[in-house]
Write a protein that binds this ligand. Structure first.
Ligand code: NAG
Ligand code: NAG
Ligand code: NAG
Ligand code: NAG
Ligand code: NAG
Ligand code: NAG
Length: 691
């Protein structure tokens, strides 16, 4: 059974036409009053309440003139099904085999996208061997335009990446297969769902880099020539979609013009190359000047807010490229306190502009595979206990995860805000699952999901997992009053962490907890993390024991553990497991019963253990650590060091009575210092003498 958020994503949008109301009903897969509609309770009826409009509006309610232009309202779609870090070679999610994700008999992603109010899907990954007609047909039937892109493999030829950046060869053969495998209809005209084709995504960052504009310009121009050659070879008839190249928003300092403006230098360079191919060593079969003037659209990716895009970019773009339309192929300013307003602003700029076509919201869902982005998605893929559908790709098989809507550092989901900006009818909640306190990542991101849920039980369960990450465990339950504190949208994950580091009584804490490597991390990332941690200088990486050098997991475990343990001694700051033992998921803080059962060599695990009185700082914090261990020997050493620290000398043993006093509830570093400066210590009732 999926846990469903009743009405979670309902957005009250007044329909402005009967057509919208009808469309709404279509998304709901039911007809009002029919059995299928009632079957799901009154959810659906609520869905279109307030949206149904009279069949013929009275004249004074006449709908205002429609805006001249409906902007592109896209969603960027690359739904990897992994729910934890995984190596993943499969990137094509619009192939037939991905139908359990995008098809209505499966998770229904395309219908979800449509019900957000989107009119376009932008894609990633493209394996030319795979068939794509099913996806295109389904998108078309829902009224969605599709913007596929070329897969990276087409550029992996010697002539291109390894050679002189002549990239047509690989592109011709890849694109011919695309055309055969669904991009063309039987009569050799383009599938009507294809709106644009992205010849290459962010070429200036990979072919080979921003520092070599002439090379990336040549690579792009020859790739475009390759697409045109493939179309010719396949005898394409009828209208053809524009081609686009999606640039980053980076400044191209080495570009001959506009190097100081984000995005503009690379755009200028490409146009210059297409208009003057001979100047770039480009030998093209086609007239690229002609192509630029008739079939080229620009696009770019950006994480900036609307106002910045307009101020830093569009203003200038419109002057420099007055005849070439452009769209934002990845648009999302994550963490924006008013995401909906920001989206509405850029859409209204698009509606007003003769060149800005619109945006594609980045992105449909977070990615836990190695592409790894967790701040952009509007959904989290989550293990679906009730899910029966499976995906079968050549590279892997996986269960279809359910989608849980992401709360954006507040109480509204991203999907809700996008739906409001795009003007969609909203998602049928039964299609979604709620973020599960047992499944969300134990991180700031997971915390926000729980705050958004506003469910005390769920927060209690989540806090329990956080305590475990901190090396403790909760024998009973996390107190309700404690969990409740954190349901307030203004509380933060660091507040929670700070309270837990104070070791509340309702949890048990284990002295032999250790920061170790997280076995679910990607092995390929460990080398980098080890280097990074060693570079910080807390762990002495010249001392890695030989037994821990044989296996990278053991090496990582020793390095992360030593780093974490030495942190206090090197910085006088109490190490915080969630911050100092995380390393993007490569490290985790676990209690001893857990690491003792793991496959790690025990010699390579470095537990926290008792605080070393010979190494802590002589400060309030150092005192506190010794005091909380409640060990008289350690306290006696600390007192001795404290005396020496201020130029005194301990002539004989620190008396036991004084040590006990300093371990008492009332004791503090201040009281130790006060005794010291009052001179009472020198009167030797403690057997301590000052110089
Ligand atoms: C090809 O077929 C489609 C659908 O069957 C039709 O809409 C289109 O006009 C045809 N194209 C040409 C160029 O004949
Ligand atoms: C460089 O690219 C051109 C096509 O632009 C090709 O004809 C030539 O053989 C390539 N040269 C080398 C050394 O690969
Ligand atoms: C390419 O087409 C343009 C017109 O768009 C024309 O002016 C130009 O001469 C053509 N270039 C070549 C090399 O044929
Ligand atoms: C295709 O490109 C041409 C040339 O830039 C442009 O005039 C036209 O508006 C573009 N069409 C679309 C749908 O972007
Ligand atoms: C778009 O045009 C309308 C009417 O001219 C104006 O009120 C609005 O401020 C403009 N929006 C933007 C973002 O430029
Ligand atoms: C609150 O969360 C718990 C635990 O996940 C769940 O069992 C319960 O149904 C939720 N309550 C509501 C009202 O959603």
């Amino acid at each position: 059974m999926r846990k469903c958020a009743a009405l979670l994503l309902l957005v009250e949008v007044a329909a402005s036409s009967l057509q919208l109301a009808e469309e709404t009903l279509k998304f709901l897969d039911c007809q009002p009053g029919t059995e299928s509609c009632e079957a799901e309770g009154n959810l659906h009826l609520l869905q279109y309440r307030g949206r149904r409009v009279p069949a013929d509006p009275s004249p004074d309610e006449a709908v205002p003139a429609a805006p001249a232009k409906i902007p592109m309202k896209g969603v960027s779609y690359g739904p990897s099904p992994f729910t934890s870090a995984q190596r993943n070679k499969h990137q094509d999610y619009f192939c037939d085999a991905a139908k359990p994700l995008w098809g209505d008999s499966g998770r229904g992603d395309l219908s979800i996208i449509r019900s957000l109010g989107a009119n376009t899907v932008r894609l990633y990954g493209n394996d030319p061997e795979l068939h794509h007609a099913g996806f295109l047909d389904h998108a078309r039937s829902l009224g969605l335009d599709v913007v596929p892109g070329m897969g990276d493999k087409a550029f992996e030829t010697v002539q291109c990446k390894g050679g002189n950046f002549s990239c047509s060869e690989g592109v011709v053969s890849a694109y011919k297969k695309n055309l055969e495998n669904g991009f063309l209809l039987a009569n050799r005209s383009y599938h009507p769902a294809i709106k644009y084709f992205i010849v290459v995504n962010e070429p200036e960052l990979k072919l080979p880099s921003l520092n070599e504009p002439r090379k990336f310009a040549k690579a792009i121009a020859t790739a475009i020539d390759g697409v045109l050659t493939a179309e010719e070879a396949m005898g394409v008839v009828g209208p053809k979609p524009n081609l686009t190249v999606t640039f980053s928003f980076a400044s191209c300092k080495r570009c001959a013009q506009f190097g100081d403006r984000p995005g503009l230098g690379q755009l200028w360079t490409l146009r210059h190359a297409l208009l003057h191919p001979d100047k770039y060593g480009i030998q093209a079969k086609h007239n690229l000047t002609d192509f630029f003037n008739t079939r080229f659209t620009y696009s770019f990716n950006s994480g900036n807010p609307s106002a910045e895009i307009q101020e830093l970019f569009l203003k200038y773009y419109e002057e420099i490229f007055p005849h070439t339309p452009i769209f934002v192929a990845e648009y999302h300013n994550p963490g924006n306190p008013n995401l909906q307003g920001d989206l509405e602003d850029i859409l209204s700029a698009a509606a007003n502009s003769s060149l800005l076509l619109g945006i594609s919201f980045f992105e449909f869902q977070n990615r836990y595979d190695q592409a790894g982005h967790l701040v952009w998605g509007m959904f989290d893929p989550q293990k679906d206990p009730g899910g029966k559908q499976r995906l079968k790709f050549e590279e892997f098989e996986a269960a279809v995860p359910c989608l849980s809507p992401i709360f954006d550092a507040g109480v509204r989901t991203i999907a809700e805000q996008l739906t409001a900006a795009y003007g969609g009818p909203g998602i049928t909640p039964t299609r979604l699952c709620l973020p599960s306190p047992q499944e969300v990542v134990v991180s700031e991101h997971g915390f926000h999901q729980m705050v958004g849920l506003n469910n005390i039980t769920a927060m209690q369960q989540f806090v329990k997992r956080v305590v475990e990450k901190l090396g403790g465990f909760v024998p009973y339950v996390v107190p309700k009053e404690f969990a409740e504190l954190f349901l307030h949208p203004q509380t933060s994950y660091s507040d929670l962490e700070a309270m837990l580091v104070g070791h509340p009584q309702w949890a048990r804490w284990d002295m032999f907890s250790a920061c170790t490597v997280d076995r679910t991390a990607l092995e390929s990332t460990l080398g980098g993390k080890i280097g990074y941690v060693c570079g910080q200088g807390y762990a002495d990486c010249s001392k890695i024991p030989d037994v821990c050098k044989k296996d990278v997991w053991d090496t990582a475990s020793w390095v992360f553990g030593s780093h974490f343990r030495e942190f206090l001694y090197a910085s006088d700051e109490t190490p915080k497991p969630l911050r100092h033992c995380y390393l993007d998921g490569a490290a985790q803080f676990v209690r001893s019963s857990i690491w003792k059962k793991s496959a790690l060599r025990h010699e390579c695990v470095v537990p926290m253990g008792w605080t070393d009185p010979n190494k802590v700082f002589i400060t309030q914090n150092g005192f506190y650590h010794i005091w909380s261990d409640h060990d008289p020997v350690a306290m006696s050493i600390f007192i001795q060091r404290a005396v020496e620290h201020t130029g005194g000398k301990v002539l004989s043993r620190v008396p036991r009575r004084f040590v006990r006093h300093m371990l008492g509830l009332e004791a503090s570093f201040k009281s130790l210092q006060a005794l010291w400066s009052s001179g009472r210590l020198s009167r030797s009732f403690l057997g301590v003498v000052c110089r």
